[in-house]
Design a binder for this molecule. Structure first.
Ligand code: PMT
Length: 336
């Protein structure tokens, strides 16, 4: 860990980042547990998906009192993880501590608190009995059965991050371990990753003091880790990244830009307010189709887009992640 090589222009390459920012203390332990999980499923020839989920934080002090955060609740990642399990994958669920998790997400304390659907019987000779309200039983049975199955079969492995630094180290370690899976590895990067951070070398050791008027903090850019992920850390894995925008018009150009820059397989674009009922899949056209249209001077013809929309007015219980999962499987199978 050297202070001398921290870049002066606020632009970290992935290499410089990992040479200058310290790994989280639990990294070795987490890596060896994930290795066991991957090797067990690799032996069985099972497909393994890494789902990243929730937002990363950016601490402003070494003794952290304040940090920057983002909006992500982890709904996309937790819901998708369930559909991947259902489709027969082994799932590494790498999520922000305390964000939503597969199965328990159905009983979030804020939207569906489980205490509200438990009944207590009147006291008899055996005391009180606790039971589940009849109307809640079918859903609970379904969720509980899938949850117990995943545990019994050992197909769900959970990892936790909090800061963007934890996330980057863990992502690198897990991707490197997944390299043994070759084409049986799928990356589904739904976490909302901070774009800016404060390098350790520039952080205040103690709580930043007030009393000097405004606070000015200059942050550095988090390296774009999709590039080394695609080119160095994984071998043959299928990579699906997400693109979040608040301006709908930017979704497709930004998604195409990411595919051109990083060379991975799919970008799923979503606009902040429409993300629960509309997403767009952007991918490079199949090689044959590109060859046929190679005379076409329009570079946009190299890409194909496919929108998924669901009608929540008609079917409020429908989850768009079910359709996203089907499309991912379809594209991946075509790609193999
Ligand atoms: O959790 P929910 O509330 O359900 O919301 C879901 C979601 C909107 C967060 C999710 O659908 C989503 O869009 N996640 C990606 C958000 C994001 O970080 O977008 P981005 O444009 O900053 O990054 C694009 C991609 O590059 C991401 O897949 C990310 O993994 C990757 N990335 C980001 C930063 C970075 N330094 N390196 C990266 O490789």
């Amino acid at each position: 860990m050297s202070e001398a090589i921290v870049p002066s222009d606020n632009l970290f390459s992935a290499e410089t980042y990992f040479a200058t920012q310290p790994p989280p203390p639990s990294l070795d332990h987490d890596t060896s547990r994930v290795r066991e999980f991957i090797q067990r499923h690799a032996k069985e020839g099972k497909k393994v998906v890494l789902v990243t989920s929730g937002g990363t934080t950016v601490p402003l002090e070494l003794n952290v009192v304040r940090f920057l955060d983002n909006f992500s609740a982890g709904t996309r990642g937790a819901t998708s993880a369930e559909y991947f399990l259902k489709a027969g994958y082994a799932v590494i669920f790498m999520h922000r501590q305390f964000s939503l998790q597969p199965f328990s997400r159905h009983y979030s304390h804020s939207t569906h608190p489980f205490l509200d659907f438990l009944d207590v019987s009147p006291e008899d000779t055996d005391g009180h009995e606790v039971s589940v309200t009849a109307s809640e039983r079918p859903q609970l049975l379904e969720v509980l059965t899938a949850y117990k199955d995943a545990h019994q079969q050992g197909t769900l492995h959970t990892l936790t991050f909090v800061t963007v630094n934890d996330y980057l180290w863990l992502l690198r370690a897990v991707s490197q371990e997944m390299a043994v899976l070759g084409r049986n590895a799928l990356f589904y990067l739904a976490a909302a990753v901070s774009d800016f951070f404060l390098p350790r070398q520039k952080m205040s050791v103690h709580k930043i003091q007030s009393g000097k008027g405004s606070l000015h903090i200059e942050m550095d850019q988090v390296p774009k880790i999709l590039k080394p992920l695609v080119e160095v850390w994984t071998r043959g894995g299928f990579i699906v990244s997400f693109k979040l925008e608040t301006d709908q018009e930017l979704l497709i150009p930004k998604a195409r830009g990411a595919l051109a820059r990083y060379g991975h397989q799919v970008v799923i674009g979503n606009e902040l307010h429409r993300r629960k009922y509309e997403v767009v899949f952007v991918s490079k056209q199949h090689e044959k189709a590109v060859t046929e249209s190679s005379e076409d001077p329009d570079p946009s013809s190299q890409y194909e887009e496919s929108w998924i929309r669901i009608d929540l007015d008609k079917d409020p219980n429908k989850e768009i992640e079910e359709e996203i999962n089907k499309s991912c499987n379809g594209i991946w199978v075509n790609h193999l």
